[in-house]
Write a protein that binds this ligand. Structure first.
Ligand SMILES: Cc1cc2nc3c(=O)[nH]c(=O)nc-3n(C[C@H](O)[C@H](O)[C@H](O)COP(=O)(O)OP(=O)(O)OC[C@H]3O[C@@H](n4cnc5c(N)ncnc54)[C@H](O)[C@@H]3O)c2cc1C
Ligand SMILES: *[C@@H]1O[C@H](CO)[C@@H](O)[C@H](O)[C@H]1NC(C)=O
Ligand SMILES: *[C@@H]1O[C@H](CO)[C@@H](O)[C@H](O)[C@H]1NC(C)=O
Ligand SMILES: *[C@@H]1O[C@H](CO)[C@@H](O)[C@H](O)[C@H]1NC(C)=O
Length: 505
């Protein structure tokens, strides 16, 4: 039977009678139900790595609670294609972003992908690209190359601001100050490719400093980044396979609850009670919440009492962005032979970034191509019926190929990440108005019982799989330390985030 460490807690005593706890077996050394109980809410990369960390620290009395029928979270595979021509594609995360340079720091996702024999393929984003606009194929690779230089100038100038302790501004301000004032559709599409395609939001919506850090810490070897290459998962078991295989190495069946949607989390200084959609209640000494920032922002899970002001301000100050891949399958390939295609519409960011999967490096003969949209444009298409989005995308393809009769696709799919109550967006982005203290508060512990981790809580790698990994690792270690000490303050917060100088009128 589960024994709460905090024996005097009334809730803890009640828990023994009220709650149908997870099955535990005291005599089984593998599940060792002794010691404080931890509920890990959410079974994505952060949750699984946090669980692995506790396990590695000898703490086995935990369970992962996950709403979906499998682990992996935003690593999500979809069997796409007409009957007989299906390919398992990634509607969520797709690339290991930054791998390793020499014997420098290695992206832990890359390490796990190799460990579990994942099939991956280098994806050339810079040199293998064809350019188009609304009149058809047009070579503006010179403009494209200039946009790469502008982006570098942006990140270098951001570093200068950090050194001189100058305030943050938007990346748009930054672009203007480094002299990159793009005006033409070609230049704007190229800028979109460098910026929005990564951050899923516009330079106007993004912090200049944090977006530059985000780039550097992952891609720039000089400041501890992994490497500047991107490897795409082509594994037909799904990209998720690497994390599911990792979980299978230590998780016992009674340490994971699938199909279990959390509705509310009641917390106090003594324990945490998690109520599921089924009505069942689970009680624990600690809970680690790894739900996406979007889930926290949208009150999909109710906290009792409401989260403190400093935590709510942090949650509402970071942004949950949306990134949408739209897949099309045609009877046969009629498009570019490069890996990537860039389309410059008169409207910035309108169906701009294309990738051919019917390519010798990916899925030759598949007839599949996909186009990515982000930010407000993602929200716009999520509100439209599939048929209308398909018509718009075909309209773009027909302007890219004015001399070809572009047929209707035989398969079409995109995932509405923004509308999904388990995600409410794709990944987080750091706006210019968010202070570092806000970000610390995002990951800080509440009432010593409620812990937080996920891609959004990573200061260096927000948005990335490796961000989720490092947060699961860090918070897992901090929580293990806390448990060993029989309680702790947890990760500390700043009570009020204040201006360095008052705003004056
Ligand atoms: C379209 C897209 C493309 C991306 N591309 C890349 C990429 O190429 N490379 C890269 O590095 N990163 C990419 N990312 C980001 C990456 O997927 C995330 O950073 C990472 O997967 C987040 O892991 P996490 O554990 O923090 O959160 P999640 O994976 O979201 O895990 C949280 C879990 O909580 C569960 N949950 C939510 N609500 C509840 C509830 N009420 N009750 C119970 N369970 C609940 C969810 O089902 C989920 O499994 C992409 C993301 C998306 C969506
Ligand atoms: C508990 O675990 C032990 C050791 O693995 C096993 O022998 C025993 O049958 C288990 N008891 C129950 C009730 O599952
Ligand atoms: C979860 O639900 C799905 C769909 O209803 C079902 O197929 C699956 O077996 C369930 N898994 C578990 C572990 O309950
Ligand atoms: C990013 O990296 C560049 C090149 O190494 C460096 O000059 C710049 O200072 C870095 N920017 C930030 C914000 O750290």
């Amino acid at each position: 039977m589960y024994v709460p460490t905090l024996r005097n807690s009334l809730l803890g005593v009640l828990a023994l009678s009220l709650v149908s706890a997870l099955p535990v077996n005291d005599t089984d050394p593998a599940t060792n139900s002794k010691g404080p109980r931890v509920l890990i809410l959410g079974g994505g990369v952060a949750g699984i790595i946090a669980a692995r960390t506790l396990y590695g620290q000898g703490i086995h009395n935990f369970a992962i609670v996950e709403a979906r029928g499998e682990l992996g979270g935003r690593l999500m595979t979809y069997a796409f294609g007409a009957p007989g021509r299906e390919v398992s594609l990634e509607v969520g995360a797709n690339w290991v972003q930054g791998t390793q340079t020499g014997d420098g720091p290695e992206n832990p996702i890359w390490k796990l992908a190799k460990k579990h024999g994942l099939k991956t393929q280098y994806n050339d984003w810079d040199e293998s690209i064809s350019t188009y606009d609304s009149t058809g194929p047009v070579d503006y690779l010179d403009v494209f190359k200039a946009s790469v230089d502008h982006y570098t100038a942006l990140t270098v100038a951001a570093g200068g601001r950090v050194t001189q302790n100058l305030v943050d501004t938007t990346a748009r301000t930054g672009y203007s100050l480094v002299g990159a004032k793009e005006r033409t559709p070609h230049a704007l599409a190229s800028e979109y490719y460098q910026f929005d395609w990564e951050y899923a939001q516009t330079p106007e919506e993004s912090s200049w400093i944090a977006s530059s850090w985000g780039n550097n810490f992952t891609y720039d070897v000089d400041v501890g980044g992994f490497s500047d290459d991107n490897y795409m998962s082509l594994d037909q078991r799904g990209f998720k396979y690497f994390i599911q295989a990792e979980a299978a190495e230590f998780l016992q069946p009674d340490q994971v609850r699938l199909n279990a949607t959390v509705k509310s989390i009641a917390y106090s200084s003594t324990d945490v009670k998690v109520t599921l959609a089924s009505g069942e209640t689970l009680v624990a000494d600690y809970a680690l919440c790894t739900f996406s920032l979007g889930v926290l922002q949208n009150d999909d899970v109710v906290f009792e009492p409401a989260l403190p002001d400093w935590k709510q301000e942090a949650i509402q100050s970071m942004t949950m962005a949306t990134y949408t891949k739209i897949f099309l399958q045609f009877p046969k390939k009629f498009w570019f032979d490069t890996e990537m295609g860039l389309y410059a519409d008169k409207q910035r960011g309108r169906y701009a970034v294309w990738q051919s999967l019917d390519h010798e490096n990916f899925f030759p003969g598949s007839g599949i191509i996909f186009v990515t949209v982000t930010g407000d444009f993602s929200q716009r298409i999520e509100a439209l019926p599939d048929s209308q989005v398909q018509d718009e995308v075909l309209g773009v393809l027909r302007s890219m190929y004015p001399h070809i009769t572009v047929p209707d696709p035989i398969a079409f799919h995109f995932t509405r990440w923004g509308a999904d109550p388990l995600f409410r967006g794709s990944y987080s982005n750091w706006p210019a108005s968010l202070f570092s203290e806000h970000h610390e508060n995002l990951r800080a512990t509440v009432e010593q019982r409620l812990w937080f981790a996920g891609e959004a809580t990573s200061q260096k790698y927000f948005g990335f799989l490796h961000g989720a990994y490092f947060e699961g690792l860090d918070v897992g270690h901090a929580l293990a330390e806390c448990i060993r000490n029989d309680g702790c303050v947890g990760l500390e917060h700043v009570k009020e985030v204040v201006n360095a100088r008052p705003y004056k009128l």
